[in-house]
Design a protein around this ligand. Structure first.
Ligand SMILES: Nc1nc2c(ncn2[C@@H]2O[C@H](COP(=O)(O)OP(=O)(O)O)[C@@H](O)[C@H]2O)c(=O)[nH]1
Ligand SMILES: [Mg+2]
Length: 458
């Protein structure tokens, strides 16, 4: 794709940043990008073997010097990529220096004193995007690859960064372009009887497919979010059910306040954690009961709202009570998915708990079963993700929804025999929404938001 958009042009000023993690380390990598880099850095980076200048894609041992003091700062292995055949599309130099923080800081400072400026977070990838080396979904994928801490995030990040979503979107755009061409033919040759119907058949064949794939894409959103942001697991139950105790156990830290006083947790607490290597967003909430306390009532309403939206509801009821109070309240929630958990199993096994998973944070009973069950819910979402295209962000979702709205208007028009120009207009609108996803028509604000979520040096 090309993205030669005027408002996004940058001047190619040389930028540099530490691309590897903060040292001390065996090796640190300083990345530099810009137009005509070689003359700019020639007084700083000098091939050790004297005469030989840097050549593209040839690793070369270099002396890295401070030209002002004449000091040799390090002997580093240097890679040079001549633009446009580089990550950013500009000239890129990567200095693999000894990974001491002092050396890194000296080399960077020397560069900054000699015409290079510090890169913003994500600026290398942003330049790659602006120079047409990748589309916006691939950029998001690179951001997510770098941030991934779990298998599920890596699956989603690979999907984006290898261009799977982009390919899906491009194929939909092509279908829309073909459909618009048939509508055009209809406009140009309106009175040809059978041929006219044939044109519309050609149009419909394509738009039907576009609509079907868009609906399919939209249906992947929840699982895509589970992959990238984690499975939302909410703890739901009466006061004193042991929700906060379980929260702390799963987080492996004392995060929520635990007391025998009913109504201790009033606001909700959300924390990210890994459970059996799966990324989870755990939410501890106020216990559900009738309450006259204003603050507690607000907390209870919030708990019900969160319970409705959670990917998975852990329904907790304590085993030291003969009756189960929580099941009746579940009706108005109708959770997406739930696991019924009888807590404090060390205190008894009441009749209602027969088919419930019995756990105890006191003795540790069945806690492994619980974490295994939560992990399995994550995996079932990940297994649902189709290989040929799924969406992972609110940005993707709203664009797909907007495209679908235009498709609905298109079909309304078709049923009402609207003029072909009007039909073509809706298809064009749908195609614009899809362009938004790959970033051909994105505004500065969207780009700034996406690229600011990168870490430095990417
Ligand atoms: N015996 C026993 N007591 C527990 C267990 N889990 C929690 N408790 C106690 O039950 C009380 C309420 O726990 P808490 O986590 O604050 O409940 P919440 O109101 O649902 O958040 C506290 O005194 C806990 O120590 C358990 O597995 N066994
Ligand atoms: Mg609590």
């Amino acid at each position: 794709m090309t993205s030669s958009i005027d408002h996004n042009h940058h001047d190619g000023t040389a930028i540099a940043a530490l691309a590897s993690g903060p040292g001390p380390a065996a090796v640190s990598i300083i990345r530099i990008s810009g137009h005509a880099l070689l003359p700019l850095v020639s007084s700083i980076i000098k091939p050790k073997s004297g005469l030989k200048a840097l050549e593209p894609r040839r690793p070369r041992l270099c002396l890295v010097k401070d030209p002002n003091s004449g000091e040799t700062l390090d002997e580093s292995l240097v890679l040079y990529f001549a633009g446009p055949a580089s990550f950013t599309g500009e000239d890129v130099i990567e200095v693999q220096c000894h990974g001491g923080p002092y050396i890194v800081s000296r080399i960077l400072t020397t560069l900054f004193k000699n015409g290079v400026r510090h890169a913003d977070p994500g600026e290398f990838t942003k330049r790659a995007f602006l120079n047409g080396k990748m589309d916006l979904t691939e950029s998001e994928g690179i951001r997510d690859l770098v941030n991934a801490q779990s298998h599920q995030q890596w699956i989603a990040a690979r999907h984006l960064s290898t261009g799977k979503l982009r390919d899906q979107i491009e194929s939909l755009r092509n279908l829309l372009i073909e459909a618009m061409a048939y509508l055009e033919a209809q406009i140009d040759f309106p009175d040809e009887g059978d041929t006219a119907n044939l044109h519309i058949d050609h149009v419909k064949k394509r738009t039907d497919q576009v609509k079907r794939v868009l609906e399919q894409l939209l249906s992947t959103y929840q699982s895509g979010q589970v992959a990238t942001r984690g499975l939302t697991v909410a703890l739901y139950g009466e006061p004193n059910a042991g929700k906060s105790t379980l929260m702390n156990y799963l987080l492996k830290k004392e995060r929520a306040i635990v007391t025998p006083i009913a109504g201790t947790t009033r606001d909700y607490i959300e924390e990210q954690c890994l459970i059996n290597g799966r990324l989870i967003r755990l939410i501890d909430m106020a216990g559900i009961r009738k309450s006259d306390d204003t603050v507690e009532s607000i907390g209870i309403e919030a708990a019900k709202r969160i319970a409705r939206n959670a990917d998975l509801l852990l329904v907790l009821s304590p085993s030291d009570t003969a009756t189960n109070e929580i099941i009746p309240t579940l009706k108005e929630i109708s959770p997406k998915e739930q696991i019924l958990v009888a807590t404090k199993s060390d205190l008894g096994h009441p009749a209602w708990s027969k088919d419930w998973l019995k756990i105890s944070c006191e003795t540790g009973e069945n806690l492994d079963q619980l974490t295994t069950a939560i992990a399995a819910k994550v995996d079932s979402h990940i297994n649902l993700l189709p290989d040929d295209g799924f969406i992972t962000t609110e940005r993707h979702k709203s664009a797909v929804e907007a495209a679908l709205s235009s498709m609905v208007l298109f079909y309304d028009g078709l049923n009402e025999n609207a003029h072909e120009e009007m039909l073509a207009f809706e298809l064009l609108a749908a195609s614009r929404c899809l362009k938004d996803i790959v970033g051909e028509v994105s505004g500065d604000d969207i780009l700034d938001k996406i690229f600011s979520e990168f870490c430095l040096g990417k």
